[in-house]
Design a protein around this ligand. Structure first.
Ligand code: SF4
Length: 342
């Protein structure tokens, strides 16, 4: 069982202590006897212990920086939401194919922002601008927000904030099962709670440091009972020996455990495994023993933005994967909605 995240090392930006959440976290970590350091800005977080890049990377992933979100201009997050809402950056998980490895480069530590009111105020301005249209916010573009929320309860506040708006919607996705504190949040059906699910084999070999399949399913059941709109992102869909059976078992277990009356509203997002050349390099550096298939010859090249193309499965394998998973969803979740396959 994966325990809830607890940082080994905590940095505070001094201004963070002017905010109630900053104070609370300071008191909590002091009581727990954590090593606390100060930094004028997260960019100054240097001298992390460790003898080489490999060790420093692992230590960084268990380091928390408590600071302020300075840019309150949100990035867009099409197509699943209008905006990315920034509550945290970085993640304690060690998924071999994590996109954060390339986007966060040499700064893989986790940052949490304590100026939550200002972030929610900015969200309110975006909603006001778009009224009477609905505005959707995605909270997991730069982190696995649930993985850290048992410490901060920021996500819980956001869920309740959007719960009392008419035009705001919140969504996020997680690979963690530590959801208990979110179950009584007054979400009002305005938050879609998504879990990243995969075949047991894929989670076991490629997603160390995250909750196991059985734990994620158990958490999804609790979330369904709490009345949240629920969704599953099946990603990355990865072809391994016996994948058909592995994915069938996933949908069978989900369907067996979830309460029947919640199945009608479940959304599915399907994303096949892909990699770019720069990502391959970082993966091989950070996880040199990985069994992940990263052979360009076995893939199809798809042109991408900024000249960085990605390697996806060849057409015939892609078609077979798509057909198989669609069939499973139609069988086990006849009323489920498949939002996209990519
Ligand atoms: Fe990356 Fe998500 Fe895995 Fe965290 S849980 S390491 S954000 S893929």
């Amino acid at each position: 069982m994966v325990k809830p995240f607890m940082p080994q090392l905590v940095y505070f930006e001094p201004k963070a202590l002017d905010y109630p959440l900053g104070q609370q976290l300071f008191e909590k970590f002091t009581e727990l006897g954590k090593e606390i350091r100060y930094t004028t800005s997260h960019n100054q977080v240097r001298n992390l212990p460790g003898e080489n890049d490999f060790q420093r990377y692992r230590i960084a992933k268990s380091t928390l920086v408590v600071g302020l979100r300075k840019t309150l201009k949100f990035d867009t997050s099409k197509p699943s939401a209008e905006y990315a809402i920034p509550f945290a950056t970085g993640c304690m998980g060690h998924c071999h194919y994590c996109y954060l490895q390339t986007t966060m480069g040499s700064k893989p530590y986790i940052r949490t922002y304590v100026n939550v009111d200002e972030i929610l105020e900015a969200a309110q301005n975006y909603m006001d601008e778009r009224a009477p249209e609905i505005t959707r916010f995605e909270a997991s573009c730069t982190s696995d927000i649930v993985g850290i929320d048992h410490l901060t309860h920021t996500l819980k506040r956001a869920i309740e904030y959007f719960g009392q708006t008419d035009l705001g919607r919140l969504r996020f996705v997680t690979k963690f099962s530590h959801v208990d504190h979110l179950l009584d949040a007054k979400h009002n059906g305005r938050t879609r709670f998504r879990f990243s699910m995969n075949a047991d084999y894929v989670i076991k070999y490629f997603e160390p440091g995250t909750s196991r399949l059985a734990e994620r399913i158990e958490a999804a059941v609790k979330v369904a009972h709490a009345g949240y709109p629920l969704g599953f992102i099946i990603a990355p869909i990865y072809l391994f020996e016996g994948w058909q059976e592995g994915y069938r078992e996933l949908f069978e277990r989900l369907s067996h455990d979830l309460p029947d009356d919640t199945k009608g509203d479940i959304t599915f997002e399907l994303i096949q495994h892909r990699f770019t050349k720069p990502a391959k390099k970082v993966i091989q550096k950070n996880y040199p023993m990985t069994k992940l298939e990263l052979d360009e010859e076995k893939r199809r090249y798809k042109w991408g933005k900024y000249g960085i193309g990605k390697y996806i499965y060849p057409k015939d394998e892609e078609a077979e994967m798509k057909e198989t998973l669609f069939e499973y969803i139609h069988t086990y979740f006849p009323e489920g909605k498949i939002e996209y396959f990519t």
